[in-house]
Design a protein around this ligand. Structure first.
Ligand code: ATP
Length: 367
């Protein structure tokens, strides 16, 4: 997948690592190992500082996102490599909301970039589709919409209960994500941008998306732009994904449509994402969650986290090293050196070791 805007492109970077819960704590160390392996031959200085923010810490100390954490990350780190949060012992998911949504909102990471790229023909559930047919980018608005937590319950836990959740959309917020999608398409020579909403039913909130989209698209006459209602987009993505290069949509729809996209390209174990504010400290995480059902078994697929690290390297301006990671992941898929979710029998650490060795070799021959 083509690059995303540069953070610095310099020879050194400081990375905050938040492995989190469940399989997040299993796959993230694999990604760090792979990053260290490519940094050496590429003569890059990557410094990692790990933070133990997780359900364990929350249950032990009552702390979710410590005081001053956001400022520290913003001022002292170039990027954040994140695993996953979620633990059955915290049914409210309070720590996940405070940490992940807290960082997205407080670092103003308004672009959630979720590439959907088929890396091996056998991985798609779609009949007769090949690698060249499934290659697109979903941009999910990441700081507004139904995720802002405005609402409440009235007469909770009674038969008369009322629950309200507000969908908050600002003109500034809608405009910057739509504009980012067009800029990304233009910079990467991609021809088509599709904005998706549900403005026929959500006339106020998504009426705003419609009006902003119509205004912004005027400035990008070189890019083909169109609109689809979200239900139609879901249908069309399955029917013929070749229609799409760039999709831009709101927070909730982006969450759903990118999971659909992940399945088109081999499942959650492979899907990467970036939570980005161009030019500022940004956070990179695999699309999957903590997957309590397979946590602790050593079988989680680390490739989503490795591809996430490749996105992070691109953000840092290290395109050759990012490419080395991607080539190594493709090689693992082609040689079937993979975990059970992709039909293999390798363990998480075995795949991590294999990718690290292969990526280091590629980086040393290209440097
Ligand atoms: P969320 O935190 O997003 O609410 P979750 O933690 O319940 O979700 P996910 O981690 O998103 O679940 O994944 C759903 C299922 O997909 C998992 O239960 C697991 O079976 C599978 N899965 C997800 N990620 C991976 C992975 N990296 N390797 C193998 N299987 C995975």
């Amino acid at each position: 997948m083509p690059g995303i805007p540069l953070r610095n492109g310099g020879p050194a970077a400081r990375i905050a690592v938040i492995p989190g819960d469940g399989i997040g704590a299993e796959v993230t160390p694999q990604a760090v190992k792979v990053l260290k392996a490519v940094a050496v031959p590429a003569k890059r200085a990557l410094e990692f500082v790990e933070f133990d923010w997780s359900a364990d810490k929350y249950l032990r100390e009552g702390v979710t996102l410590p005081a001053g954490a956001v400022e520290m990350l913003r001022d002292e780190f170039d990027a954040i490599l994140f695993g996953a949060l979620g633990d059955p012992r915290v049914p409210s998911n309070q720590h996940a909301a405070d940490i992940l949504l807290g960082l997205r909102f407080q670092l103003d990471l308004y672009v959630n970039a979720r590439p959907v790229e088929l890396l091996h023909d056998r991985l798609t559930p779609l009949r007769d589709r090949t690698e060249k047919d499934i290659r697109l980018m979903v941009f999910r608005e990441n700081t507004e919409g139904l995720y802002v937590g405005i609402g409440g319950n009235f007469k909770k836990d009674t038969p008369d209960e009322i629950a309200i959740q507000e969908d908050m959309n600002s003109r500034k917020g809608v405009e910057r994500i739509i504009r980012y999608a067009f800029e990304y398409a233009r910079k990467n020579g991609l021809k088509r941008v599709c904005m998706s909403d549900k403005s026929n039913a959500m006339t106020f909130a998504h009426g705003l998306w419609q009006r902003v989209f119509k205004a912004v698209r005027q400035e990008y006459a070189d890019v083909d732009s169109r609109h689809l209602y979200i239900d139609t987009l879901a249908m069309e993505l399955v029917r013929d994904p070749r229609q799409f290069d760039v999709i831009v949509t709101c927070n909730l729809f982006g969450d759903i449509i990118s999971d659909l996209g992940a399945q088109l390209a081999g499942g959650l174990g492979l899907a990467p994402s970036g939570n980005i504010h161009p030019g500022k400290t940004s956070l990179f995480e695999p699309v999957h969650g903590s997957a309590p059902n397979i946590a602790g078994k050593g079988i989680a697929n680390p490739l989503g986290s490795v591809l996430t690290s490749a996105m992070m390297l691109e953000f840092l301006g290290w395109t050759a090293e990012a490419a080395a990671l991607r080539v190594a992941v493709r090689a693992a898929l082609h040689e079937n050196y993979v975990t059970p979710d992709l039909g293999g029998e390798k363990k998480t650490t075995e795949v991590g070791d294999w990718i690290a060795a292969r990526a280091a070799k590629i980086a040393s021959t290209s440097s």
